[in-house]
Design a protein around this ligand. Structure first.
Ligand code: ZN
Length: 413
């Protein structure tokens, strides 16, 4: 009998310990905490991506499925692909946030359970100590009264114990509720994360379908010889116009740097490979045949076997002077390496840098793809030195000068 009362007493003592524990419970180590608000913001972005996608779908529907609009359709498909890729990135970010949120909640739950266990252990230890000492019991406190006053004061003492006891019970209830709430919201977050993951899977399938459609369209263009010739001719015109613009921008940059008292002189050469692949499908001046037909004086070096997700590196340090989308080059970037020296990277699926940005050699400037007039993922890489287009492969220049070596030409392997 006395033991139960003793337990209550020791709980009263423990209530203070517990209260202290409760106060420190929220003082978990500071780290970037993810909140539901972060995920909601991402969901907001996802909604605007969906709106953009609807517009693209409407635009695509308005174009007839024939050769006359094929290039336009390819262009919209490229935008759709970029949109889907952004949606995938968004959902992946949501999943990453959920993972972090779940980890946080698991930590909170573990902490609450730890507190409960610690409290229980303390409680048991106290009870055992009291049993051994055999000292305090409510009954003995009351029965040892030697007067009414004494009895009343003793009863007050018992009341105080009871009140403290009630506080312990309340604290325990709070702790219990916290554990249950943590478990519940953990389960909710897990379910949401699972939903996001299955959405991601369907988005990836969508992306594959869009890529297949884009390839079908470009194959359709290139299947007809006259279409292919016209398209390649247009590409050459575009490339000429683009090069003029590049020259102008490069002069502008030089003037700007000169005004700032900075030198814009640079030596040619000194490149690293702009992708990890060393597989060359077309060289400068070589035959470019996106559909297996047509031939032209190819302006760049095509590097294949890059897929849709490989990083594209700045071949040399410099300032980004172009970062935009074009119907021939697709998503493309031009870096100025000083007066008269530029590199160009085309058909990217994603651009990762902005105009005016300075990039170091090897910085990731984009992701490989097949945007614009391209029959499959590859990097179209152009090098201009002292205002003239050059072959960056080492057979075209001194390898000691930092031209590209160690490649395989398509057809030889
Ligand atoms: Zn090319």
């Amino acid at each position: 009998m006395g033991h139960i009362k003793n337990k209550r007493f020791c709980r009263a003592v423990l209530s203070l310990v517990l209260a202290a524990l409760m106060l420190t419970a929220d003082l978990t180590p500071a780290m970037a905490r993810v909140t539901q608000a972060d995920i909601d913001a991402l969901k907001g972005d996802a909604a605007s991506l969906k709106d953009q996608r609807k517009e693209l779908e409407a635009e695509l529907k308005s174009l007839a499925d024939d050769k006359s609009t094929a290039v336009q359709r390819k262009n919209i498909l490229d935008q759709q692909i970029a949109n889907t890729a952004s949606q995938i990135e968004n959902v992946e970010a949501q999943i990453a946030n959920y993972d972090q949120l779940i980890a946080q909640k698991e930590a909170e739950l573990a902490q609450a359970e730890e507190e409960e266990a610690a409290q229980y252990a303390l409680f048991c230890r106290r009870v055992r100590a009291m049993e051994e000492q055999g000292t305090i019991s409510y009954w003995s406190v009351l029965f040892k009264a030697d007067s009414l006053t004494d009895l009343l004061s003793r009863m007050d003492f018992v009341n105080e114990i009871m009140e403290a006891d009630q506080r312990v019970i309340d604290s325990l209830k709070v702790l219990q509720t916290r554990i249950e709430a943590a478990k519940e919201s953990l389960e909710e977050s897990r379910a949401e994360s699972e939903a996001a993951k299955s959405e991601l899977e369907s988005k990836k399938k969508e992306l594959d379908a869009q890529r297949a459609e884009a390839n079908r369209v470009i194959q359709q263009i290139m299947a007809a010889e006259d279409e292919a010739e016209a398209t390649l001719e247009q590409m050459n015109k575009d490339a000429d116009a683009i090069q003029k613009e590049i020259d102008r921008l490069n002069r502008e940059l030089a003037a700007q740097l000169a005004a700032e008292g900075k030198s814009n002189q640079s030596n040619p050469g000194g490149y690293i490979w702009p992708v990890d692949s060393r597989y060359i499908t077309s060289t400068v001046g070589g035959r470019q045949s996106p559909g297996g037909i047509g031939s032209t004086n190819h302006r760049g070096t095509d590097i294949g076997r890059v897929g849709y997700t490989s990083p594209i590196y700045a071949a040399k340090a410099g300032t980004v002077i172009v970062s935009q989308s074009h119907s021939s080059y697709g998503q493309y970037v031009v870096i100025s390496h000083g007066s008269g020296n530029t590199t160009l990277y085309a058909h990217m699926s994603t651009r990762k840098i902005n105009v005016g940005q300075y990039v170091n050699q090897g910085d990731v400037i984009g992701i490989t793809g097949s945007t614009g007039v391209s029959t499959g993922p590859h990097l179209h890489f152009e090098v201009v030195e002292n205002g003239r287009r050059v072959n960056p492969l080492s057979h075209g220049a001194d390898p000691k000068m930092g031209y590209l070596t160690g490649y395989t030409l398509s057809g030889t392997a």
